[in-house]
Design a protein around this ligand. Structure first.
Ligand code: IVH
Length: 726
């Protein structure tokens, strides 16, 4: 066979083998014996060995694995990977439908799907070829696990039929029971720790460095969501898009239903709650999605999840055991949480020894006594919880469990905030677990990312009087920490197994810590704000506050009203912020952090002017939309909806998803949702067309005035012209 013939045969073999893969793994209808399949694969392997220049990225030989990933690259998601809000009973599903009906008057059709219990993945396809697989990560960025994902046979490397040039497929990587049982049996044999459940096993496997081992563990994948730029979306609804995806070669579950009302949805839920035991993989619920894309657009999103979908979680598995004792743990905000110590019991693949009792009211409602036989539930990642007491087995004279009155750590009398169920230790700045908890939060990855200080090291520094609050971290010197060591007890989250570990600050560790602390000085303001650990101010809220207020001083001086004007900030959060800064001790800590050089102001965008060209339009980046709340709706011709939204942000405006009296104006493209239009009209909110909007933000200058220009991409991903004008 000459070189040309080899090239043709390699392409031919790739096609034949992939179609057999499809028949075998997706259709479960093999049309060839295993022996014949292996012969074809061997022929391809040997030809590729002879002519490595003809190995393509989508060759079936790539599925066998072999490449090593030293470090997974972090990749920003083109479209954020959101999660779903959960419901636990049919009443909550009814509420979800009622909320939808408030916004949409026409009939709404729902797609019910299995909720696969694995790890979500985003697959990118360009011109029909699989190019990238990224894990969910924090929703905005994840890890590039392409090499490992290629080994999953149900993920097509090359598509068939009439697919779009560019799109993403979202789905779940799962570990089927057969693979899970085989791996755990093998690990037990080797004396290695077994995986607690298939989801953990799938998560651990996809992050292995050796793709050959990933291939060996036989993961599987199901697709449930197609993403592309709004103006490129060729389908009218979700169901249609999934049916097309199936034609292109994706693994789309057969177990889906189109439902018109809650009765049909309930029927689907009940059927699968029973039948799930017969599936060859785990599901932990049902996902209910609005089918029509235009209705989805009208419904929009909250900060974390779409308003057009909800997950129904199946009731967790249950076991019965005896209550031995109760511990009271103090969290970083001072909340005291009762934790039950139980007689060890097997539950959903793990041995449970401890379970949360939530708060004093919960203990009271259960009328819990020591030695009681209790029901314990565990579902997915949730910490086991006690759900009921078996009164028939209560011992005579057993003692009632009562809540403590004083902090078990510092002895301070506990307080109860009106309207809240929790008891707190008010000794915020003097109670050791609160101080350590706050410092641990401060150094965490999403906050200041001083992770080299994790795993018990904060405790060692605190016990040695080297840090009394997080600002002390910035005074630490190498010589203060080098040589420190301590034996600590750690508990494994999964197995609840306690083990003893030695924490020591050797030369490399001490250097890494000092370096990481130094580096943290450039962490952006939003993350610093999150790191401060203000009650109720999570990652997303911190971002919104930082953007709206611009600096820590503006936040310190803001009124509750000014704070509640910020998107997602309600009175509870605003009051918590005010309380935090009202404490002189917190102001002192912030002053020390300022002195250390942390970022307490929102990063300014490049002072260079950005000119973006759309046809003959020129747009100058400035703050001309500052203070405006803008709703973008419909399909646009010059750019995608996401690009318009980015442009609004770049020009200082705020994107809001629903129209209210606070909306400044609406930018409407084609097919703007009729409900949105009606609402805008009834509130007298101006509706601008795409042209009117572009006209409004258009600059007076043009780029043909002889200034130096450089063709580039704007932050919104819009092809444009970047002009430096210093
Ligand atoms: S749709 C915009 N459909 O459940 C949200 N998710 O919190 C798109 N999941 O992270 C997700 N089965 O990992 C969707 N049929 C299904 C699913 C599903 C499992 C997972 C997914 C997501 C989580 C929801």
């Amino acid at each position: 066979m000459n070189k040309e013939e080899a090239k043709v045969r390699i392409a031919e073999l790739s096609k034949i083998i992939e179609s057999h893969n499809y028949n075998y793994y997706i259709l479960a209808q093999p049309t060839i014996s295993d022996y014949d399949f292996d012969m074809l694969l061997n022929e391809l392997i040997s030809l590729e060995q002879q002519y490595p220049e003809f190995i393509t990225a989508d060759s079936p030989t790539q599925r066998v694995g072999g490449d090593i990933t030293k470090e997974f690259q972090t990749v920003k998601h083109r479209y954020p990977m959101l999660s779903l809000s959960n419901s636990y009973n049919i009443e909550e599903v009814k509420d979800f439908i009622t909320r939808i009906k408030k916004t949409i008057e026409e009939d709404v059709e729902f797609v019910c799907e299995l909720k696969f219990d694995g790890i979500s993945i985003s697959l990118t396809y360009e011109n029909g070829l699989f190019v990238k697989a990224v894990t969910r990560g924090d929703g905005t960025q994840g890890d590039d696990v392409t090499t490992n994902v290629k080994t999953i046979r149900t993920i097509p490397l090359r598509l068939k039929g009439d697919y779009p040039d560019f799109f993403e497929m979202r789905g779940e990587i799962i570990m089927p029971h057969s693979s899970f049982n085989a791996i755990n049996a093998e690990r037990a044999d080797l004396g290695q720790q077994t995986f607690a459940n298939p989801r953990n096993a799938a998560a651990g496997t996809i992050k292995l460095q050796d793709s050959k081992e990933v291939a060996r563990r036989k993961l599987d994948q199901y697709c449930y969501f197609m993403m592309m730029d709004d103006d490129k979306m060729i389908f009218k609804n979700h169901y249609e898009s999934l049916m097309a995806a199936r034609q292109w070669g994706f693994n789309v579950s057969n177990f889906m239903a189109l439902c018109k009302n809650v009765e049909e949805i309930e029927e689907f839920i009940n059927y699968w709650d029973e039948k799930r035991k017969e599936l060859p993989f785990d599901i932990d619920g049902i996902v209910i999605k609005v089918n029509d894309f235009q209705q989805r657009e009208t419904l929009g999103f909250t900060a974390k999840s779409p308003r057009w979908a909800i997950a129904y979680k199946f009731k967790a598995e249950e076991a019965h055991t005896q209550l031995l004792s109760v511990d009271f743990q103090v969290g970083r905000h001072g909340t005291v949480t009762p934790v039950a110590n139980l007689s060890p019991v097997q539950l959903a693949g793990t041995i449970v020894k401890r379970a949360t009792l939530h708060n004093a009211d919960f203990i009271e409602q259960l009328d819990l006594h020591y030695d009681d036989i209790v029901s314990v539930e565990k579902g997915g990642e949730i910490i086991p919880k006690i759900t009921a007491v078996d009164l028939n087995h209560r011992k005579d004279g057993s003692q009632k469990v009562t809540f403590i009155t004083h902090c078990p750590e510092c002895g301070t009398q506990l307080v109860n905030i009106e309207g809240e169920t929790a008891w707190y230790c008010p000794n915020t700045l003097g109670c050791p677990p609160q101080i350590k908890g706050r410092i641990e939060h401060f150094i965490s990855r999403k906050a200041m990312n001083i992770e080299s200080l994790g795993e018990g090291k904060v405790e060692v520094l605190f016990d040695n009087n080297l840090i009394k609050d997080y600002s002390d971290l910035y005074n630490l010197k190498y010589n203060d920490i080098f040589g420190l060591e301590k034996i600590i007890t750690v508990e494994d989250e999964n197995s609840q197994e306690k083990s003893i570990r030695k924490v020591s600050f050797k030369e490399k560790t001490a250097n890494n810590i000092i370096d990481a602390i130094e580096k943290s000085k450039s962490v952006p303001f939003a993350r610093v704000l999150f790191a401060l650990g203000i009650k109720y101010v999570g990652e997303t809220t911190a971002k919104l506050i930082a953007k709206a207020m611009g600096s820590i001083d503006n936040i310190i001086n803001a009124s509750v009203e000014e704070l509640t004007d910020i998107e997602e900030v309600g009175e509870k959060i605003a009051i918590s912020i005010k309380d935090f800064f009202a404490d002189e001790r917190n102001i002192n800590i912030i002053n020390k952090l300022k002195e250390a050089g942390l970022q307490f102001e929102q990063e300014k965008k490049d002072t260079a002017k950005v000119f973006m060209s759309f046809g003959n339009q020129q747009i100058i980046s400035n703050d001309q939309l500052s203070g405006m709340s803008i709703v973008v709706s419909g399909v646009f011709s010059t750019m995608s909806r996401d690009e318009i939204k980015q442009l609004i942000e770049d020009l200082g405006g705020k994107n809001v998803s629903s129209i209210s009296s606070k909306t400044t104006f609406v930018v409407a493209g084609d097919k703007m949702g009729p409900e949105k239009r009606k609402k805008a009209e009834s509130l007298g909110i101006e509706i601008k067309s795409e042209e009117e909007f572009l006209e409004m933000i258009k600059g007076q200058q043009t780029t043909d005035n002889g200034q130096q220009t450089l063709s580039t991409e704007s932050t919104s991903g819009v092809q444009g012209v970047l002009e430096f004008d210093f």
